[in-house]
Design a protein around this ligand. Structure first.
Ligand SMILES: C[S@@+](CC[C@H](N)C(=O)[O-])C[C@H]1O[C@@H](n2cnc3c(N)ncnc32)[C@H](O)[C@@H]1O
Length: 216
C-alpha cells in the first residue's frame, strides 16, 4: 500500500473534496442514476461496476485514505470516469447527500465488530439506516453482505422495524446464503477461501418520507 501514499493529480481527479453538501450533478457534470458503495476497501467492486455501467454514476466512501487512492488507481487503469471517491466516515457522508438521490447502495463486508461488547460500534445501526433512507429514492435497493451472520440479521431486524422505511423483496426470511456475485470483493474472496458462508440481504426503500429525527 506504500505506493498509494502519493496521490497524483490523476488520482485526485476522481477524489471528492470538501465537507459540505455533496452535489452529484456538479461532481459528474450530468444527471444520471446514482449508486453508492460504503466502505469500498480495495475498490474491486466499485471500479468494475462503474466500468460496466458507463451511463450511471458511482459514489464511494471509505475511511482509509490509502484505499481511496488505490481505488482511484484501479478506476484509472480501467478507464473509468463515472466514479467519485470520498475519504471519511460513511455516516457523516450519507448526511451530506441530497434527499432521494440514490438508486442503489452497497455495503459489502462492513467491519464486523464480532465481540458482543463492541457491537455498538457497528456502522449499520438504526440511526444510520434512517439517515441513509433519507438519501435513497423510493425503490432504491440496498445490498448488504457479511460473513458475520448476526450482523446481517441485526441489520435486517433494524431496517424492517424502522416503521415503513425499508422492506425486503426476498421471501423466506429476507436473507440468502452464498449467492453468486458478479464482482467479488477482496473480503468476499478471502472469506470464501476460509470456508465461511456469506449472508446477503436485499432491502428496498419504500416511498414513506424518512423521519427528521433519528429513531431511539
Ligand atoms: C472489512 S473491510 C471490507 C472492504 C470491502 N467492502 C470488501 O468487501 O473487500 C471494511 C471496510 O470499511 C471501511 N470502513 C469501516 N468503517 C467505516 C466508516 N465508518 N466509514 C467508511 N468506511 C468504513 C474500512 O476502512 C474497510 O476498508
Amino acid at each position: 500500500m506504500r505506493r498509494y501514499r502519493v496521490r497524483t493529480d490523476a488520482h485526485a481527479s476522481l477524489v471528492g473534496a470538501g465537507e459540505g453538501a455533496v452535489d452529484p450533478a456538479a461532481l459528474f457534470g450530468r444527471s444520471a442514476p446514482l449508486r453508492l458503495e460504503i466502505g469500498f476497501g480495495h475498490g474491486e467492486f466499485i471500479s468494475q461496476m462503474a466500468a460496466v455501467h458507463p451511463d450511471e454514476d458511482f459514489l464511494g466512501v471509505e475511511y482509509d485514505h490509502l484505499r481511496v487512492t488505490k481505488t482511484a488507481h484501479k478506476c484509472l487503469k480501467l478507464g473509468v470516469g463515472n466514479v467519485r471517491l470520498f475519504g471519511g466516515d460513511a455516516h457523516d457522508y450519507v448526511r451530506r447527500l441530497p434527499a432521494q438521490a440514490l438508486a442503489r447502495v452497497y455495503i459489502l463486508f462492513p467491519d464486523p465488530w464480532p465481540k458482543a461488547g463492541h457491537r455498538r460500534r457497528r456502522l449499520v445501526n438504526r440511526g444510520f439506516l434512517a439517515d441513509l433512507a433519507r438519501a435513497c429514492a423510493p425503490g432504491c435497493r440496498l445490498l448488504f453482505a457479511s460473513d458475520t451472520h448476526n450482523y446481517a440479521l441485526q441489520v435486517l431486524s433494524n431496517a424492517t422495524t424502522l416503521p415503513g422505511l425499508w422492506r425486503t423483496p426476498w421471501g423466506g426470511g429476507g436473507f440468502r446464503f452464498d449467492i453468486p456475485t458478479r464482482f467479488p470483493t477482496t473480503f468476499e474472496r478471502h472469506k470464501k477461501e476460509e470456508g465461511c458462508s456469506i449472508c446477503y440481504l436485499l432491502l428496498e426503500r419504500s416511498g414513506q418520507p424518512a423521519p427528521d429525527a433519528p429513531p431511539p
